[in-house]
Design a protein around this ligand. Structure first.
Ligand code: MN
Ligand code: MN
Length: 470
């Protein structure tokens, strides 16, 4: 066999794996870089569920999507958005016949691991004031001490006012921090496992140290902090109970590497898919089939609750759409739509990290820069806590991507017995919607700063756009 014949055989038979940076021309690289400027801006300015929804609504409105309430009055156009509890956002491009044709869903989540303040967070000890926290989602606790933190969220005050808080992001604003032990005195701490070294109750945030000048007051620094908060936000201690305050890593998403090919930023799981699917529905061609970009919440803690994907909000959204389409608005019809629908559960996956080869299956792991990562199933052990896409549905998606020349790769979380994890795929599949997991491979997943490749961000956008139009 000649060398040429051999390479033709390889070309014909092998499943090609090539980095986008090798395949793409300069023009496409530039396009990807430009697209990622918008993405970084979104990451830097939407660090909580509520902030993401707010920003998403703004983008939707700027692209002539109107709220469902407005739509009911106007009864024209086909671009509608829905908001649920300020923590879910759905953008809809209503197709010709919702009931007959079903929906192309892309569902991502906008909650990320973070530290919530406890309901009674403020205390004073040894001439310092602190906030107690309770972590949300799967964090490695040792990541959080000594990094600069910002506080984001809302407080409902005694008189019912909603006070928004966002402090620690601007250069001239103070930041917050959890302390760690100096190495000189860490002899015992350093012998503990990473899991045990930092305890949940030790994730306390330093918030001040100047006391009030009043001899009669017992907790002088705590009162001083409350006095400051009262002056600035008109809040009292009891108001912390009716609040959602999150400590998140401060600062902007940044280019990473000399060649700027990577992005480091907080909350890329899963705002990376939220942003790319949003841009995809803004730019997708209109089709007979209805398109829905859906941002869910509570994924990191099992999708329970009013804003999680187990909530009936999805059904109620479709009931509303049936109504405005002049169809019988019944659950029976909603189930029919589900049956005729298809979905991408768009979420991040693990990128192969050469420093930790031992936990990956190198033949079945995603690489950064190789395009959209598709996972036939997630889960752990014997595929528990996941759904699995059928051969037929995998074919359909693969065919769409190939026809549209989207860069993609197969993915799996890691070696079978090393661990695992699920996504929202099963909650769509449980509703009888054909679903497949796909998204972007990250390094440092769930760490305060996660890493993605610009090639993958852009490939995800291209893939989602292709899916919507098919
Ligand atoms: Mn995720
Ligand atoms: Mn996650």
């Amino acid at each position: 066999m000649s060398k040429e014949e051999k390479s033709n055989l390889e070309k014909k038979l092998l499943f090609e794996k090539k980095s986008c940076w090798e395949k793409w021309d300069e023009k496409k690289k530039q396009k990807a870089f430009k697209f990622c400027d918008g993405y970084k801006d979104f990451l830097s300015n939407a660090k909580t569920e509520r902030e993401s929804v707010k920003k998403g609504i703004k983008i939707a409105q700027a692209n002539r999507f109107i709220s469902i309430d407005e739509f009911k009055k106007k009864k024209s156009g086909n671009k509608i958005y829905f908001v649920n509890k300020d923590k879910n956002l759905a953008l809809v491009k209503l197709g010709k016949d919702l009931l007959k044709d079903g929906v192309n869903f892309i569902v991502s989540h906008i909650d990320s691991p973070h530290l919530d303040l406890k309901v009674r967070p403020l205390y004073e000890e040894e001439s310092m004031a602190f906030f107690k926290t309770h972590y949300y989602g799967g964090i490695k606790k040792y990541h959080w001490p000594t990094i600069p933190l910002a506080l984001h969220g809302v407080i409902i005050t005694k008189d019912g006012r909603k006070q928004e808080i966002n402090i620690g992001e601007k250069e001239d604003e103070p930041i917050f921090m959890i302390t760690d032990l100096l190495p000189h005195l860490a002899r015992k701490q350093l012998t503990k496992t990473l899991k045990e070294a930092i305890e949940g109750e030790e994730l306390n945030i330093v918030v001040g140290s100047i006391p009030v000048q009043d001899k009669k007051i017992k907790e002088k620094i705590k009162i001083a902090i409350l006095e400051h908060l009262n002056k600035k936000y008109k809040i009292i201690e009891e108001d912390f109970f009716s609040a959602e305050l999150q400590a998140v890593p401060t600062g902007k998403a940044r280019d990473l590497g000399f060649d700027r090919s990577l992005i480091a930023g907080y909350g890329q799981d899963d705002r990376i898919c939220a942003y790319t699917s949003l841009q995809a529905i803004l730019d997708s061609n209109e089709t007979d089939r209805t398109q829905i970009c859906f941002w869910t919440d509570r994924e990191e803690v099992g999708s329970e609750g009013v804003s999680g994907l187990k909530s009936v909000f999805l059904e109620s959204l479709l009931l509303e759409l049936l109504e405005v389409s002049n169809k019988e608005s019944s659950l029976k019809n909603v189930y029919k739509i589900f049956e005729r629908s298809e979905a991408l559960s768009s979420d991040v996956t693990a990128g192969f990290d050469p420093d930790y080869k031992q936990v990956y299956d190198p033949r079945n792991s995603a690489r950064l820069g190789y395009g959209l990562a598709i996972e036939k199933h997630t889960g752990s052990g014997g595929k528990y806590s996941s759904s699995e896409a059928s051969a037929e549905y995998v074919y359909k998606i693969r065919d769409i991507l190939n026809k549209n020349k989207v860069s993609w790769q197969t993915a799996g979380l890691g070696r079978i017995d090393e661990g695992g994890g699920g996504t929202i795929a099963m909650y769509l599949a449980n509703r009888n919607i054909d679903t497949i997991d796909c998204g972007v491979a990250l390094l440092n997943m769930h760490a305060p700063m996660e890493i993605s490749s610009k090639a993958d961000v852009y490939s995800a956008y291209e893939a989602y756009k292709a899916f919507f139009k098919e």
